[in-house]
Design a protein around this ligand. Structure first.
Ligand code: AHM
Ligand code: MG
Length: 338
């Protein structure tokens, strides 16, 4: 739906709270604070070479990946913005080894926030779309203090999830568990304007997204699924497929929410002991929640991503998500495999 009356993010959240009783005030504050932080990250991203924010930070994160300056800046922006409001107990991030508990000088709330502060790091310096991904959990139980254990909940318990794409437009996409809404940043007024509601992913598609350069390392069900797409009209699918791979999950998922498609980052033989490249808690879970809320599906090839109970904060997971009929087919090939 495109709106003729301009509805701001604040108005949308107030109405969700008033009309549907859907969000407690602390969750509303949390979303607004995250959205404000994304605005600050968007400004930093936009400065590029003029802001001395490109290039490497000279450090590695817990996954052993080199951190870019913007990874570190975005992480700091999200931490600083969120720690004083009283809505959070703790935060976790792709860029931090362990959880960040809200300091004692601030009140502690009941929510837990997880994020990938700047997803698609390899695209930062080359001016291709990147983004922030976030997931919100509620701390269960009334025990004092907070630990990593409190975060290890299956994705189906998320209270909210979202991402912001820093692309030609800056777009915030969010779910509170009742569909998906999109907001576009109006740079002249500095406000988030509601630009789509009731986002739906078509069940069928002719577009797939996968890093084809890993083909020789794939497992048989992935080789079969992509092989059949590549055979086009002449093959068992009877239609031609197109391929897109931005290498920023936010941008690839955003395309799928906009016009359909299927995204795969499967397990492969390069790192046989790890289930995949992407991280469950702050990449796959929030994206799976959004995709399901838009009528799509998300699995690890065998089971629903949102049903997986995490055992570690930074655990990885294979991902197949997007248009329902394609995800069913690719998952079926995995389930049938010997
Ligand atoms: P990052 O969090 O370090 O940026 O890595 C995640 C990104 C995803 O956005 C994207 O889907 C994938 O890595 C791209 O991987 P590849 O480099 O294999 O194309
Ligand atoms: Mg990432």
């Amino acid at each position: 739906m495109s709106t003729s009356r301009r509805v701001s993010l604040t108005q949308y959240l107030v109405e969700q709270q008033r009309e549907h009783g859907r969000i407690p005030p602390e969750l509303r504050l949390l979303i607004e604070v995250v959205a404000r932080a994304c605005k600050r990250i968007a400004i930093a991203v936009n400065k590029g070479a003029l802001g001395d924010i490109l290039g490497s930070a000279g450090t590695d994160n817990i996954q052993g990946e080199a951190q870019k300056k913007l990874d570190v800046i975005s992480n700091e922006v999200l931490i600083e913005a969120n720690e004083w409001g009283g809505h959070l107990a703790a935060m976790a991030s792709e860029e931090m080894d362990s959880i960040h508990v809200v300091p004692n000088r601030y009140p502690q709330g009941e929510y837990l926030l997880l994020f990938d502060p700047l997803d698609g790091s390899s695209n930062i310096d080359v001016n291709v779309s990147i983004g922030t991904i976030f997931s919100v959990l509620r701390k269960v139980g009334h025990t004092r203090g907070v630990s990593e254990e409190d975060f290890l909940q299956p994705g189906k318990h998320q209270a909210a999830a979202g991402y912001c794409v820093y692309g030609p437009q800056t777009t915030l996409v969010m779910t509170l568990g009742n569909g998906v809404a999109m907001f576009t940043l109006d740079r002249e007024t500095g406000s988030w304007v509601l630009t789509s509601t009731e986002v739906r992913i078509p069940e069928d598609t002719k577009e797939f997204a996968i890093n084809m350069s890993n083909q020789r390392h794939w497992a048989a069900p992935v080789t079969r699924y992509i092989g059949e797409c590549l055979q086009g009209k002449e093959g068992p699918r009877g239609k031609d497929f197109n391929m897109r791979w931005v290498a920023s999950m936010v941008a690839d998922v955003h395309r799928i929410l906009t016009r359909g498609g299927v995204f795969l980052y499967p397990w492969d033989q390069r790192e046989p002991d790890k289930p995949g490249k992407l991280r469950l808690m702050y990449e796959a879970n929030p994206m799976a929640f959004i995709v399901e809320q838009a009528g799509g599906l998300a699995t690890n090839g065998l089971e629903r991503i949102l049903d997986i109970t995490p055992t570690k904060l930074h655990q990885r997971v294979a991902v197949v998500l997007g248009s329902a009929n394609e995800v069913k087919r690719a998952t079926g090939y995995h389930l049938e495999a010997p």
